[in-house]
Design a protein around this ligand. Structure first.
Ligand code: 5GP
Length: 212
């Protein structure tokens, strides 16, 4: 272990957990951390420009690139649209020593970790403080009908069943505190022994490395 290079932070959790806001604030606060831009087949929402939050591709292009092996992972989210992570764009940043963070669904996390297990990737599960608070946030959005809210709550419970796959759990109580938690995770992860062990030993045990 101890591969040098950036860390890929995968941030998952129920829709309504506040991931978008948290990642936006985190990216504003941190240096040498960049967001991965997902590819999706869903239509852009009003105000969503191509290449900012997402690259909007049609199904044919998505399938072509999938067949060509361009995706590190992909998933159908909410039973509708395809979402995926382009391997090359993440790799380029990690190789340059830049950390990458992305908002991803639980299926995506499971797939990425088969290819790139910890410590190259660090999985963080974000939830609202309570299920009742999640329900309130989903209803307050006012954009989803009752059936959609019910479906998202059921999905949230199914997602929580998989928290054993994550290194960290963050409760998004207040944005400030949750962002501070994410910053603390990043900082601590860079201090993990397995990331730095080789360089550390080379410095302190030069003889063991074949030095004089
Ligand atoms: P939305 O379409 O509302 O922006 O996002 C829907 C869901 O897609 C979010 O839960 C988000 O985590 C997930 N998602 C976004 N990008 C990706 C991706 O590249 N791969 C996977 N597996 N899920 C993604």
């Amino acid at each position: 272990m101890g591969a040098p290079g950036g860390i890929f932070f995968l941030v998952a959790g129920p829709s309504g957990a506040g991931k978008t806001t948290l990642l936006k604030r985190l990216l504003e606060a941190e240096a040498r951390l960049e967001k991965d831009i997902s590819v999706t087949t869903r239509a852009p929402r009003p105000g969503e420009a191509d290449g900012v939050a997402y690259r909007f591709w049609d199904r044919a292009r998505f399938e072509r690139e999938l067949a060509a092996g361009a995706f590190l992972e992909h998933a159908v989210v909410f039973g509708r649209d395809f979402y995926g992570t382009l391997r090359a764009q993440v790799e380029a940043k990690l190789d340059a020593g830049i950390d990458v963070v992305k908002d991803i669904d639980v299926q995506g996390v499971a797939q990425v970790r088969k290819v790139w297990p910890y410590p190259r990737t660090v999985a963080i599960f974000v939830t609202p403080p309570t299920p009742a608070e999640l329900e309130r946030r989903l209803k307050d959005r006012g954009t989803e009908d009752a059936a959609t809210v019910a479906r998202r709550l059921a999905t949230a419970r199914a997602e929580v069943a998989r928290i054993g796959e994550y290194e960290y759990l963050v409760r998004n109580d207040t944005v400030e505190r949750a962002v501070a938690d994410l910053q603390a995770i990043r900082r601590a992860e860079h201090l993990r022994r397995e990331r730095d062990e080789r360089a550390f030993r080379a410095n302190w045990e030069p003889a063991a490395q074949g030095g004089t």
